[in-house]
Design a protein. Structure first.
Ligand code: ADP
Ligand code: MG
Length: 710
């Protein structure tokens, strides 16, 4: 066999490695936000009244006056032209989970003259042909129109490429009849739900109404591998993950990668990513090596949830593009490599009122009562709708990750930490007797003791952990949009707050404290099963959770059933976040996507097994058998025993490989439940063969190369 692809890939990487020298340039920050239509730019390019109105919409969420759209469009165009932009696009987030765009130029020629125009209507609505986006039956093909509608709360930005630039306008995407076809629309609706519930609660506490902001900080994990390897892995190319590959002797067991010194080539990549993100006004803040080899994390500063979701979608795109410029590939799949950690996206959620974070346990009793009310609402919400929250992180990649000793299990529970759990237990007991026992806390604006200011104990195994001043939902997959999880969090927390307010609003000033105590105690009694501070990875937790009656949906098809559960439809319809029709359409889309992807994985595994692995093992077999034949012809007996054994091992492997390949082929005529185990047993024999086949005969780049060779 001539030099194979793997060896060629390594040689290419080695030859280029000298180019990865450090770049030394003075630190600059003046480009931060230069490609965003931000506050400063609005003030510069818009008439004063339009700028003020637009800023009020962004900051205070007041409706935007569409009569001013023409002014905004004109200013935006002028700014874009000044920055070398020729095209514009409505940028939206269909149910595929990716972002979508359709570019139009500003060009509107008059005779021989190129006039650049962009109207208010161009800004506010778009009509992309929507027939090829998944809609789960919402949009009949004869009515293929879809509408994109400007989201003025997420600023327009400029995307650059080699020879041009495009103005991107964040938009919501819906059908002709107004049904949501995207991830942004329900998120925006859910933000209203939780904001009004929070305001309602604050009113109960006689607190003046201020701006309520839901904040999100999304930590993003990813893998980086050299592109030369990637191009020789049809499975990575087609599915984003490796369907074959033996675990290398050294992977993550020495814990030497996490927070380790970042390799120069990777650091150069990260620095360029940050420059690009800063230009887009995305506040990239933290970067480090993750647990698995070749795995990394980036985290921005938290922002308003709608903007943070958009920024995360954009950041994923920037990561991919910059990787490509560096001869690397950024893998955002939840489990690109079996046997080592997969990648998630930690969704840090909190709620801010004016300048106060309501999840910050404060030092004054009034603030503490609000904190504990918010906390109890969250406990109630997560326990009541854990199934729904679980459904938002369901996808084919996360099925490999959740519960695999690296990520929280598919059982949703809350970690509060010892100190806060103690407070919760005191509330539960405190109301139990009318006598006030020593050490028991009564909630009351005047009697509440200070809460621990910094709940420092941490638990990395919990899916939903309180981390001092926010909740960190750790189950989302690295490739997923944060829109789904936050739509659900906002809605269910809004609902729980509303149910508390209904009771509080009936209180008099005199019995308020006692009633509040009773309400919170009732919530804790009813919902405390959702609190678990132990090791969520342990097998015992699974048993314990089952005893507590907590749902454990292990796979995507099981998990997404929650989307159409009666109680969840009722919830979403009550709050106008999603209609029954929209929910069913989402269920259909997600199920179809899952089944389609299982089939693609199965087919690529089959093709690789037949067209790459089988020939390689046949070659191995042939070489052994001819050596044996030659030895026998030359009447040499030494070595024939070893060769015979080797030929038998390879021959048996070959037989098994062919058998498992046929099994997968027939499973592919069947449902996903049949395809997955067939792929798994084919993988077992292929991975065994990898370890005994001559290195030069093996056609696929190996884990020990992809994860370590830069
Ligand atoms: P760790 O990995 O230790 O949890 P990181 O610094 O990597 O911490 O990430 C924490 C994330 O939480 C950051 O994105 C940060 O901006 C975000 N965060 C901090 N405070 C809040 C808050 N009040 N609301 C939402 N996100 C927050
Ligand atoms: Mg982090």
């Amino acid at each position: 066999m001539s030099t194979n692809n793997r060896v060629k890939a390594i040689n290419t990487i080695a030859a280029n490695s000298t180019s990865h020298s450090p770049v030394i340039a003075p630190a600059k920050t003046d480009f931060y936000g230069e490609d965003v239509f931000n506050t400063a730019v609005m003030r510069q390019y818009l008439p004063k009244s339009a700028a003020e109105k637009l800023l009020a919409t962004i900051n205070d969420k007041t409706p935007f006056d569409s009569e001013l759209a023409a002014d905004v469009a004109h200013g935006m165009k002028q700014w874009a032209l000044d920055r070398g932009v020729t095209h514009f696009t409505h940028w939206f987030q269909p149910l595929t989970g990716a972002t979508a765009e359709k570019h139009d130029s500003f060009l509107d020629p008059e005779g021989d003259k190129a006039i650049m125009s962009f109207s208010g209507k161009n800004l506010i609505v778009g009509e992309p042909d929507a027939s090829s986006f998944p809609s789960g039956g919402l949009r009949c093909t004869f009515e293929a129109r879809g509408y994109t509608a400007w989201d003025p709360t997420s600023p327009a930005f400029i995307k650059r490429h080699g020879s041009g630039a495009t103005l991107c306008i964040p938009t919501a995407f819906c059908s002709y009849t107004g049904e949501a076809l995207d991830k942004k629309t329900p998120l925006l609706r859910s933000m209203q739900v939780v904001s009004s519930a929070v305001k309602r609660m604050l009113k109960c506490f006689d607190q003046e109404e201020a701006n309520v902001n839901i904040t999100l900080g999304a930590e993003q994990e990813y893998f980086l591998i050299d592109k030369n390897f990637y191009l020789h892995r049809p499975d990575l190319l087609q599915t984003g993950r490796t369907v074959f590959g033996a675990t290398p002797p050294k992977h993550q067991q020495l814990d030497d990668h996490y927070f380790g010194a970042i390799k120069m080539r990777v650091l150069n990549f990260m620095a360029e990513v940050e420059t690009e993100l800063w230009k887009l006004g995305i506040p990239a803040k933290t970067r480090h090596n993750e647990v698995a080899p070749a795995q990394f994390e980036f985290a921005p500063m938290f922002e308003d949830v709608n903007l943070a979701v958009d920024h995360n979608m954009l950041a994923m795109e920037v990561l991919r593009q910059v990787a490509d410029r560096h001869g690397l590939v950024c893998l955002m799949h939840e489990k690109p490599f079996a046997g080592i950690n997969g990648s998630g996206k930690h969704n840090n959620w909190s709620v801010c009122c004016g300048n106060t974070n309501l999840l910050d346990p404060g030092s004054d009793p009034h603030q503490n009562a609000i904190f504990l009310t918010t906390l109890c609402a969250i406990i109630q919400a997560i326990d009541t709708h854990g199934d729904l929250l679980r459904s938002t992180v369901a996808n084919i990649g996360n099925d490999h990750r959740l519960g695999a000793n690296e990520a929280p299990p598919a059982i949703i529970s809350i970690f509060l930490g010892e100190q806060l759990t103690d407070v919760i237990e005191q509330i539960e007991k405190g109301g139990a007797t009318s006598s006030r026992q020593a050490g028991h806390m009564r909630i009351g604006v005047d009697t509440l003791p200070p809460l621990p200011r910094d709940a420092t104990d941490r638990n990395r195994t919990s899916p939903f952990a309180f981390t001092g001043n926010k909740f960190e939902f750790r189950a989302p997959g690295s490739s997923q949009s944060c829109a789904g999880p936050n739509t659900v969090l906002n809605t269910i927390i809004g609902e729980a707050l509303d149910s508390i307010c209904e009771k509080l609003e009936k209180c008099t000033a005199k019995n308020f404290n006692a009633e509040l105590q009773k309400i919170l105690r009732g919530i804790i009694k009813k919902h405390k099963r959702i609190i678990f501070n132990g090791d969520n990875y342990a097998a015992e937790w699974r048993e314990e959770a089952a005893k507590r009656g907590l749902p454990n949906a292990a796979s995507t098809p099981e998990a997404i059933k929650a989307i159409t559960a009666a109680k969840n439809i009722a919830l979403f319809e009550k709050y106008n976040v999603l209609t029954k029709k929209e929910l069913y359409s989402r269920y259909e889309v997600f199920l179809e996507e899952y089944e389609g992807k299982v089939r693609i994985e199965g087919e690529i595994a089959l093709e690789i097994a037949r067209s790459m692995i089988l020939p390689a093992v046949t070659e191995e077999y042939k070489q052994t058998v001819s050596a044996l034949t030659e030895a026998k012809a030359a009447e040499i007996s030494a070595g024939t025993k070893g060769l015979t054994k080797k030929a038998e091992v390879t021959g048996k492997g070959l037989d098994k490989l062919v058998a498992k390949t046929s099994e997968l082929a027939s499973a592919l005529d069947n449902s996903p439940e049949k395809i997955i185990p067939a792929m798994y047993s084919l993988r077992q024999i292929v991975d065994e063969l990898e370890l005994v086949t001559a290195d030069k005969n093996w056609p696929l780049p190996k884990y020990r190369e992809m994860l370590f060779v830069y």
